[in-house]
Design a protein around this ligand. Sequence first.
Ligand code: MN
Length: 252
Amino acid sequence: MFAPREWDVARTASLAAEYDLAISASLGLTDEVNISSEDEDTVRRGEEHLTTVLQILHELGSSYLCGVIYGPMKKRMGPVTELEVRNGQAALGRLAATAEGLGIRMGLEIVNRYETNILNTAAQAVDYVRQIGAGNLGAHLDTYHMNIEEPDMFTPVVAAADHLEYVHIGESHRGYLGTGSVDFGAFFRALQLVGFDGPIVFESFSSAVVDPQLTATLGIWRNLWRDSADLASHANTYIRTALRSVETISLH
Ligand code: MN
């Protein structure tokens, strides 16, 4: 939801109802709406932007907002400053209160070092959200990013379990599941162990389908697929099969 005001809310709601789909939304912030900025006006613009997104989600009957909603989704050329962290956490505390009133839970997506300098690991995210201390604000894990930054695919899930709100399933090259190097077996066993019951959502990119600006931000320079229906159907089967498999092992 990079451009919330461009959404056709009524049409989205009607399609979701027609196909019996639950809605969640994600976005990444830009420098113009960076709630972790050292500049107060920019923080305020960012909060207004995310408040608009929350209001639209409420109109759609959605209960989840996730993504890189704590800072700009881009390569930064230096480490995050203490003031940036403080400003971002304060803004997120206020936004979580707004979200709470609308029945919406929020997950901060942990992404790789080339897309943020704030949250690259589950351990960092746990510290960050504990300091904010909002009951409806937690972490959002993505296997694509975990595969770059974490020691393995199991321990981060256990470490973040008490604060885990949302999961993105993505392959190491962001294409068809099972054709890259992500250790999905370990990841799904960890989800089973901690009893995660939030949304588990497939994510993949191809410039044939995805918004050009987002494609450029994420560096999608080669396409592994063009047929999104075939891709989604395959991912649906892959994820449901993995979840059914780990149900058969008793980890509790
Ligand atoms: Mn993701």
